[in-house]
Design a protein around this ligand. Structure first.
Ligand SMILES: [Zn+2]
Length: 294
């Protein structure tokens, strides 16, 4: 079922791509000033777009609705990266292909999250869900855009500052709800919130591991049910891009409610049409997290 949905989403993505490449041709004749930048998947692309705005065209490799952990580039995708001057990727193992592809002669690849992945000796790529680390990612993207396009240095400084102010507001909200919350632990489907938990002194218990396709064993689930009952937990978080079956089954067995905590690994096609953004989804995540912590 999940595969069928993925194919449908992929097919609609191809239609979208068809439309946008036509648009590219028309803008090329009018304005060839835009720098083309490649971003591996949603959060990296979203940050780059908010800094580059009118001066940068950001092409996202992983399409809407696809789960980045499972995605692989086609030969055409690799060709596009080879032709770009800048290729931003997150790192930490979520896009293992990014480190292995042959780059073009003038392509600079930037691991945006370099140095930020460690959680108690373990590498966890999900840094963007922590606003504290998202700010550092934005700074690194800004610095690299400025290096490649020094004529627009001030423009990138201003855009990055405005976006960092929004991230700072999220950071303050998270600090507030984490400090005020009656409890410190929350339960998620796949372990995408370790950095958020670490940076805001919370504890994430996940049903599956770092990869959303991992299947929990019956023993894992039994342990979690006991934990939920013993600790009087009322909510379990699931997410948009993966099958919520495990979370809903667990919720029924343990008699708890489910809420969405979006790991922002990508937008769904509906979310994209509805104009959802990293900032809007994080606001909703914080609201839901506040509910679960009280
Ligand atoms: Zn993940």
């Amino acid at each position: 079922m999940k595969k069928i949905i993925t194919y449908i989403l992929f097919a609609s993505f191809l239609i979208l791509v068809g439309c946008s490449s036509e648009k590219d041709v028309s803008t090329k004749s009018g304005n060839n000033e835009k720098n083309q930048v490649i971003a591996s998947f949603y959060p990296v692309a979203e940050f780059a777009r908010n800094i580059g705005k009118d001066k940068v065209e950001v092409i996202t490799m992983v399409p809407a609705g696809a789960e980045p952990h499972d995605w692989e580039p086609s030969a055409k995708d690799v060709g596009q990266i080879q032709n770009a001057k800048l290729f931003f990727y997150n790192g930490g193992g979520i896009e293992p292909w990014a480190k292995n592809i042959q780059l073009g002669k003038t392509t600079t690849a930037v691991e945006v999250g370099a140095g930020m992945f460690d959680i108690d000796g373990k590498t966890d790529p999900h840094i963007w869900v922590s606003p504290k680390k998202a700010i550092k990612m934005v700074e690194r993207i800004r610095d690299n855009l400025q290096e490649k396009d020094s004529a627009n240095k001030t423009y990138y400084t201003q855009n990055a500052a405005a976006y960092i102010a929004e991230l700072k507001a999220l950071d303050e909200k998270l600090e507030k709800i984490a400090t005020a919350g009656k409890r410190k632990d929350f339960i998620t489907l796949h372990a995408a919130f370790g950095h958020l938990a670490k940076d805001y002194s919370l504890v994430e218990k996940s049903i599956v591991g770092l990869h959303p396709d991992a299947e929990p064993t019956p023993a894992d689930l039994a342990k979690l049910v006991t934990f939920i009952k013993e600790n009087n937990i009322k909510y379990i978080f699931f997410e948009e891009l993966v099958d919520p079956k495990v979370a809903t089954t667990l919720a029924k067995t343990a008699n708890v409610e489910t809420l969405v905590l979006d790991p922002l690994e990508g937008l769904t096609s509906e979310g994209q049409v509805a104009g959802l953004t990293y900032l809007k989804i994080m606001e909703q995540n914080i609201k839901n997290l506040e509910k679960a912590l009280n």
